[in-house]
Design a protein around this ligand. Structure first.
Ligand code: EPZ
Length: 416
């Protein structure tokens, strides 16, 4: 397993190129299953999770022409099973459920187990599919889904689930009649998927709001889609400028996607220059403590909670960070404390008392965004930080070391 070694204490300065969004590319790759033909996907990020998704599609019968665009041939798709050994490595594999039942009227998908950050059940995905006339049986750790036909219906989500909304949109686009999804997720990645589906011939309206309406159609065309830039990767690099008191320009990006993050980083003392497709972030001399609650979009994203906590470890004063989406997303706290951070957890709330410095230390990554948090802390810490188990990072950050070296970080990856 690789590890990343960082010599901290240097302000970062320069420009970082932002890759395509992992959490948009994953449902869009699944959407290629909805029809045969040759699909063209532009700006797909070369990440570990994307490779896993391609392996799953290959297992189902798809073939690929690598490159940008990535071409996905789905005439040969004849499988309907997502096996445990793939789903256990990436829970987003569950996104094939909707497209498979839409096109083939059956699917057998391993139930994703829990994960480091929480139980993350898929009950809302399954109850939504049942509303469309899909029979769901849970057998031997698998979801067995089948239907004579899919019929549009009214679906209400207790929680605005991101992949649940994606799955049900993809199931409904070929159903007979109208489907309304109420309390739908509003995340930009869901909007990007809906734009892609509409370009394939679907009839979806209301995306970006909490009520999405889908008029079923009989056939779709292959996609030709440009994946949106990754807003969480972008926000991570904005935070890198804040924690090192440097100056980083990120491009391409869509500033509307980053409003909640920019608002909070401004409260923390950062300054921003926003122009078409790029954002220049300037770290303040003093990092001010702030209170944060994670919420569904357009609220502050849970996928940025760990990263901004690292920055608050160096703030003046006390910050209260409340994680309202997942029940166990503080795995980075114990590692940050090994670097000298003063953090105490009370339920789903972390109380962060800022300190003047952090010390470099050997730390261990536990999940994707916790890993990013530890890298950020290492960039600001005094001395050397070694982050082990960086395969977590590779799931969601393309070329992290190169991008950080490009703005002056002393960072390298070594074989452990
Ligand atoms: C997506 O996960 C993202 N993953 C996550 O990003 C992100 O943290 C999360 O949305 C929240 O924004 C992808 O898009 C591939 P949810 P998802 O369903 O869809 C509960 C990353 O770092 N819930 O919106 O799995 C669930 O337990 C990853 O890139 C149910 O109870 O998240 C959670 O508490 C990590 N029943 C809440 O809803 C369900 O059927 C939100 O989960 C579904 C969800």
């Amino acid at each position: 397993m690789d590890k990343i070694i960082i010599e901290g204490g240097r302000p970062l300065n320069g420009t970082v190129q932002i890759s395509g969004a992992k959490n948009a590319a994953l449902p869009i790759l699944a959407a290629t299953l909805l029809t045969g033909g040759v699909h063209r996907l532009h700006n797909v990020p070369p990440l570990r999770d994307i490779r896993t998704a391609k392996t799953l599609l290959y297992h189902l019968g798809a073939t690929f022409e690598e490159g940008d665009p990535l071409c996905v041939h789905t005439d040969t798709v004849d499988g309907h099973e997502a096996p445990y050994d793939l789903v256990k490595t990436m829970r987003a594999s569950v996104l094939v459920l909707g497209p498979l039942v839409a096109r083939f009227k059956r699917a057998r998908v391993s139930l994703p187990g829990g994960c480091a950050i929480g139980a993350r059940p898929i009950n809302l995905h399954l109850s939504g599919l049942e509303r469309l006339g899909v029979r769901i049986d849970l057998k031997h750790g698998y979801v067995e889904a089948s239907a004579k036909r899919l019929t549009g219906n009214h679906i209400y989500f207790d929680i605005p689930t991101v992949t649940g909304t994606a799955n049900l949109m993809m199931a409904a686009v070929l159903a007979e009649g109208q489907t309304v999804i109420e309390n739908a997720a509003r995340e930009p990645e869901v909007v990007d998927l809906a734009h892609c589906l509409n370009n394939m011939g679907a009839c979806i309206s209301g995306v970006g709001s909490s009520i999405i309406t889908i008029e079923g159609v009989s056939k779709l065309q292959p996609m030709d889609h440009f994946v949106m830039p990754d807003r969480i990767e972008a926000a991570t690099y904005l935070t890198a400028a804040g924690i090192t008191r440097g100056e980083i320009t990120i491009t391409p990006c869509i500033s509307d996607h980053l409003e909640a993050v920019i608002h909070k980083l401004e409260q923390a003392g950062m300054k921003f220059e926003i122009s078409e497709g790029s954002i220049k972030s300037v770290g303040g001399e003093v990092i001010r403590s702030i209170d944060i609650k994670t919420n569904p979009y357009p609220g502050f994203p849970t996928d940025m909670q760990a990263q901004i906590m690292a920055m608050m470890c160096l703030a003046e004063g006390q910050s209260i960070i409340t994680e309202k989406i997942f029940e166990n997303r503080f795995m980075h706290v114990s590692e940050l404390k090994r670097m000298g951070a003063d953090i105490s957890i009370e339920g789903n709330t972390a109380v962060v008392r800022g300190r003047p410095t952090l010390q470099g230390a050997p730390v261990m990554a536990t999940d994707l965004r916790a890993s990013a948090s530890l890298v950020l802390a290492g960039l600001a810490a005094e001395g050397t930080t070694e982050v082990s188990r960086v395969y977590h990072l590779d799931r969601g950050y393309e070329g992290l070391e190169e991008k950080l070296r490009g703005v002056g970080a002393r960072i390298e990856r070594v074989k452990e």
